[in-house]
Design a protein around this ligand. Sequence first.
Ligand code: FMN
Ligand code: SF4
Ligand code: SF4
Length: 255
Amino acid sequence: MKILYFTGTGNSLAVAKRFEAELLSIPQMINNNEYVVEDDIVGIIYPVYAFSIPNIVREYLKKCTINSKYTFVIATYGNTAGGSLHEMKKLLAQNGNKADYYEKLLMVDNYLPFFDIDKQLENLGKKNIEENLSQIVDEVNLKIPKRERSGILNNIFSAISAVTICKLEKYNPKMFYVNDECIGCGICKKVCPVGNVFQGGKDKPVFGKECESCLSCTHNCPKNAIKLKYQMSDKRFRNPEVSLNEIIMANESFE
Ligand SMILES: Cc1cc2nc3c(=O)[nH]c(=O)nc-3n(C[C@H](O)[C@H](O)[C@H](O)COP(=O)(O)O)c2cc1C
Ligand code: SF4
Ligand code: SF4
């Protein structure tokens, strides 16, 4: 089994790690110019962004050829997945790919402009993450088929989002503010999947204009020195099953 994944704060990687599979980070696949994935079973695990698909995942899958007997897709999300899986089905078809199994998994929402991490962690039990994840893992290991079933209204909504919010969501670099807690360690640069963080004066980060808005830099800063102009709280999140080093390995650019 091989799994293509993308992650900012570890939820999607934590799900991928539950399978006995070779894990292939999409940013690293792009770095290595690898656009063919072949195995008996191939999985795609990604976070829902703006009810749709992160741009980096979309652009990669437009070019990727998947040769498998069974392909599965899991979208991790924090509140409302909309028609993200339907968008994925259309995206796969663009390059002659198709999946046999589609499922979404409700997890912690890492989108700081809308959600307070503390409040979410308090109510985490209601999301039944472990129970739902175990069921997904069992279904995939048994190669059970499951069709995409987002519903027509969600699909229309997400199709609009895909060409509006997802295209426009690149943050203005001024949306980030770095305070004096910064020690210039460069971790924010290492966890950025698109090489959008540069080190400036006293090695403080400077943000470019190619942001995926994954918030990996913001959540993974060891000093909590990166603030968003609009954030619901100061609490940060990384999935407890995933280490900082694993996020770096997944996202660091080696140009
Ligand atoms: C830019 C951005 C947009 C998001 N949009 C949505 C959304 O539309 N619906 C939703 O339920 N969660 C949304 N989320 C939350 C993530 O999908 C969720 O927290 C996911 O599990 C994060 O996965 P990761 O830890 O692998 O990065 C968004 C997160 C980010 C950073
Ligand atoms: S990760 Fe945080 S402390 Fe380290 S350089 Fe970036 S902003 Fe500064
Ligand atoms: S700058 Fe931060 S939010 Fe933007 S893509 Fe890089 S890690 Fe993600």
